[in-house]
Design a binder for this molecule. Structure first.
Ligand SMILES: C[S@@+](CC[C@H](N)C(=O)[O-])C[C@H]1O[C@@H](n2cnc3c(N)ncnc32)[C@H](O)[C@@H]1O
Length: 393
């Protein structure tokens, strides 16, 4: 082992770069920026390391207290939570909701590649977070061409400081990124690093015709992917989904689901409901892509899981209008599952129809789906904009 191997600041960046290049996430066009704008300059001293592909965080790690764990987290291909509950929780475990992070490097470079930037272009980023992504963009295109909006004052101020120390000068604006940043518009590219369930009109208005919007997008039910939308002369934004993602929601669209107790006669489960059995296992409809395919067809559906004994659970299906509920009971090893439905709609039947439609299409992955956004709303399609995904309600 050489001295360099022992120095995480020396050994970490090339180790992660090799992994990212091997997977194809980091390409030659972004390698110079990756080298010049090291991730560790943007990760705060106190972090909650995440796990790749999972919405889970480890206990708090500090650079002073656990330098090995800190450096390991920084040069691992995983997201790092940097703020909980708007800064209200700073304790050793986890708060309720992660509200800022330094994104997973694979996701950062996948999205930057999808952004397809060229010299001289002007870019708006929504969700400055730690400032790493804004720094990478500023290195590539020059600070004058990069605007980045962050809703949280403390986060924005810390990002400004880190960027300055790294010798990078994008403009960091404190504000609501759902409004874009009109003063700097129009933009050739807009990239959001927080997810939306509906693309704000301002983003389309502030992007030039022929420009691109790259944003994580997902329905209320769950599932999410990065949409790469081209803005047309008429202001329509349209394009495919390019990668599965799991970002925190933009503050203005945070999901807030009504409590189960508010649903009509939910306290009288199962007596008031219509009972049936299904051969579709509740355990086979819960992957990220299943949730996406179901969620885009039944836009106001959401779910809760009630854990029972022995690995069994009850999947509750509920709607935002608070007018119907359904449950499906999963029991390991069983081939039929009990269903109870009540209210204005049959929510399990809707879910099952949506899942069977997805199955009949050959179980498409995210990349076969696409999105069109215009003044009439949003439409999800499969393979081509003319082939709309059915909306069941
Ligand atoms: C995943 S983090 C961004 C990661 C960041 N790009 C980086 O390089 O570290 C998402 C950020 O979006 C911010 N955010 C949430 N809602 C926002 C809004 N309405 N406007 C601007 N920023 C918002 C959060 O405060 C959070 O810092």
């Amino acid at each position: 082992m050489t001295a360099t191997d022992n120095d995480p600041e020396e050994a970490g960046p090339p180790r992660l770069a090799s992994a990212l290049m091997e997977s194809g996430a980091l390409t030659g066009e972004w390698l110079p920026a990756y080298r010049a704008v090291p991730r560790h300059l943007f990760v705060p001293d106190t972090i909650w390391p995440g796990r790749a592909g999972m919405n889970r965080q480890d206990d708090r790690v500090t650079l002073d207290g656990d330098p090995d764990l800190w450096w390991d987290a920084v040069y691992r291909d995983a997201p790092i939570t940097t703020q909980w509950d708007g800064g209200r929780y700073t304790g050793p475990q986890r708060g309720r909701t992660p509200t800022s992070s330094n994104s997973m490097p694979t996701m950062v470079f996948t999205m930057l590649t999808a952004l397809d930037v060229a010299e001289g272009q002007k870019v708006l980023e929504v969700g400055t977070g730690t400032g790493w992504n804004a720094g990478l963009l500023a290195h590539r295109l020059g600070g004058d061409n990069i605007m980045s909006v962050e809703v949280d004052h403390t986060t924005a101020a810390a990002a400004r400081d880190r960027l300055r120390l790294a010798g990078l000068h994008p403009k960091v604006i404190t504000g609501d990124g759902a409004e874009g940043y009109a003063d700097g518009s129009p933009y050739d590219r807009l990239i959001a690093t927080c997810s939306v369930g509906s693309v704000p009109a301002a983003w389309r208005e502030q992007t030039v015709a022929g420009g691109l919007i790259v944003t994580p997008w997902g329905p209320a039910y769950g599932g999410e992917a990065v949409a790469r939308l081209t803005v047309g002369e008429d202001g329509t934004a349209e394009g495919p989904f390019v990668a599965s993602s799991a970002f925190m929601r933009i503050s203005t669209q945070r999901k807030s689901f009504p409590a189960t107790a508010r649903f009509p006669k939910a306290d009288r489960w199962p007596d008031v409901g219509v009972r049936s059995e299904t051969t579709l296992s509740p355990d086979d409809v819960g992957d990220w892509i299943h949730m996406f395919a179901i969620g885009v067809q039944v836009p106001d559906l959401f779910c809760r899981v009630e854990w029972l004994d022995g690995g069994s659970y009850r999947l509750w299906l509920l709607n935002m209008r608070v007018s119907a509920w359904a449950t499906a009971d999963y029991v390991p090893g069983h081939e039929k599952f009990g269903v109870v439905q009540f209210g204005a709609r049959r929510l399990w039947d809707e879910l099952e129809l949506a899942w069977r439609w997805w199955d009949a299409q050959g179980r498409p992955g995210f990349e076969r789906f696409g999105l069109t956004v215009d003044d009439d709303g949003e439409r999800v399609w499969l393979d081509s904009p003319t082939s709309l995904v059915p909306v069941r309600r």
